[in-house]
Ligand binder design. Structure first.
Ligand code: F6P
Length: 551
């Protein structure tokens, strides 16, 4: 393991800013947003930051100037500036895997210089982008034909985790920019239902599979890839068809070759790209085929704009820094356990699911970079649904329940689908929700409306629920890149404060190992000798009994 640059600083909870924040929390915890706004008429335009085309309103947060001053001091005491520089410099900040963390290089302009392991990686990044562009153009233009000479009309990305969630999310988000004559599907789950449903109405002769896997060893992906191979060969009856119907995105050329995919049809990336930070690498090949190389490059430009904002903007105006620090404020001082992400744009319906991996696989850690058990909370649970659907479902709990749930509201001033007054109605709902959450409705207001006394408590809204509103002009490929980079860097900011490695994921390993042991126990003809705990043994026996013999 590489030396940890933060090991010389005192533990988080003993830092002056942390202690000051604890004391400050005691003073401010009962302050109501109604009063904060009443005392400062400029609040709604003061606690706002702008960057890379995003308007970031954090005025409806339970913070004062002093809160921000202390949070910014905490960032400084935790070495955030140094950590950002170390990341952009290509230092191996993923210390448990001794790797650089350079997703920012994936969207760097052609003439940028970013070093990893002693060499400038930007030319390699652009070489892959160029290769992807040429391939995407061939598929989109019909020059890339299937084995029987038919045009490719369907593209199926097979991958899981970071090799799936980014591509699905981006495809859904940018559907308006996609080639509507083509069909795009995404298979991730090892549950055969996923594959069967994705392929049941498609013609293998017109279908291209992109096998996306950083390692090319992931059980789910390899199982689905084998089923895809069988599905194609069952229809086309010739091994040579594989080369026309399968391409790979991976860092592992050896395994790609073993699978039977020509490495000429492999799009590479690098160890310094984490799976959940890879949607803008070759893992985005399906996105590029869907929206075209130019739109993909626009998306990269959006990512890059936010990278530059994060790297170069003073922290008090820096969106990802502010977002990350606010997350720490609620997580560690108010005890909030979750964050709701509420995009008021139907195209962003998979954005919360995408963020779940980004945030929870990154910051769901309980030991510090020094390997010490933390004595404070780390990563929150992220969840959400697009507005306005969530309003008729779980918003009740956010408004009147007992939990404090900070929310991110994301909206756009212009719609991609003008239809009557739908967009004004949508956005009116977004603004209304943040207003209602912040200010609520007092018992006096409820009474004044003539509500019967017995109902007053039920119809009262306590308010004081914190929200961020992120407003952009329009959902474009560039805006999407900017939004994703905002969350990526916010996650990094939080991880830096918590002194954890946001770039490893050891927590996913144990289940994988145990599953490998159980597979033969489910499949063996003879009754297996089971040595698990009594619950697992009984479940396996019952499964074997009910499943019956294989067809
Ligand atoms: O779930 C663990 C994980 O390693 C993720 O971090 C990753 O995105 C996913 O599996 C898929 O991995 P691969 O791209 O190597 O198939």
């Amino acid at each position: 393991m590489t030396a940890n640059p933060t090991s010389s600083v005192p533990p988080l909870t003993q830092r002056p800013a942390w202690r000051a924040l604890e004391a400050h929390y005691q003073q401010i915890k009962d302050a109501h947003l109604r009063d904060l706004f009443a005392h400062d008429p400029q609040r709604g335009t003061k606690f706002v930051a702008e960057g890379a085309g995003l308007y970031f309103d954090y005025s409806k947060h339970r913070v004062t100037d002093e809160t921000l001053r202390l949070l910014l001091q905490l960032a400084q005491e935790c070495g955030l500036r140094e950590r950002i520089d170390a990341m952009f410099r290509g230092d191996p900040i993923n210390i448990t895997e001794n790797r650089s963390v350079l997703h920012v290089a994936l969207r760097a302009p052609r003439d940028a210089v970013i070093m990893a392991e002693g060499r400038n990686v930007v030319p390699e990044v652009h070489a892959v982008l160029d290769k992807m562009s040429a391939f995407a153009d061939q598929v989109r233009g019909g020059a890339w034909k299937g084995y029987t000479g038919q045009r490719i009309r369907n593209v199926i990305n097979i991958g899981i985790g970071g090799s799936d969630l980014g591509p699905v999310m981006a495809y859904e988000a940018l559907k308006d920019y996609s080639d509507r004559n083509m069909t795009f599907r995404f298979v991730s789950n090892v549950d055969g239902t996923d594959f069967v449903e994705a392929t049941r109405d498609l013609n293998p002769a017109e279908t291209l599979f992109i096998i996306s896997s950083k390692t090319f060893t992931t059980l789910e992906t390899m199982t689905n890839a084998q089923s895809a191979r069988a599905w194609v060969l069952n229809a086309l009856h010739d091994e040579n068809a594989v080369a026309r119907h399968f391409v790979a995105v991976s860092t592992n050329a050896e395994e790609v070759q073993k699978f039977g995919i020509d490495t000429a049809n492999m799009f590479g990336f690098w160890d310094w790209v984490g799976g959940r930070y890879s949607m803008d690498s070759a893992i985005g090949l399906s996105t590029m085929i869907a929206v075209g190389p130019e739109n993909f490059r626009q998306m990269l430009a959006g990512f890059h704009a936010m990278d530059e904002h994060f790297r170069a903007t003073p922290f008090e105006r820096n969106l990802p820094v502010l977002m990350g620090l606010l997350a720490v404020w609620y997580n560690n001082f108010f005890g909030a356990q979750t964050v709701a992400v509420l995009p008021y744009d139907h195209y962003l319906k998979r954005f919360p699911a995408y963020l779940q991996q980004l945030t929870m696989e990154s910051n769901g850690k309980s030991v510090t970079l020094d390997g010490l058990q933390v004595n404070y909370q780390t990563g929150q649970i992220f969840w959400g649904e697009p507005g306005t659907n969530g309003q008729h479902s779980f918003y009740q709990l956010i408004h009147q329940g007992t939990k404090l749930i900070p929310c991110d509201f994301i909206g756009f001033s212009q719609t991609l689908n003008p239809l009557g007054d739908h967009h004004d109605l949508l956005m009116a709902n977004l603004f209304a929700q943040t207003e209602a959450l912040a200010f609520g409705k007092t018992p006096e207001q409820v009474k004044a409306e003539g509500t019967a006394d017995a109902l007053v408590p039920h119809r009262t809204f306590a308010g004081n629920h914190p929200t961020t509103t992120i407003l952009a002009e329009r959902l474009t490929p560039a805006t999407l890149g900017t939004l994703v980079a905002l969350y990526e860097h916010s996650v990094f900011t939080q991880g830096t404060i918590w002194q954890i490695d946001s770039f490893d994921q050891w927590g996913v390993e144990l289940g994988k190992v145990l599953a490998k042991r159980i597979i033969p126990e489910l499949q063996s003809k003879d009754e297996p000798q089971l040595n698990h705990d009594s619950s697992t043994n009984a479940l396996i026996r019952r499964y074997r009994q009910q499943r019956g013999s294989r067809g």
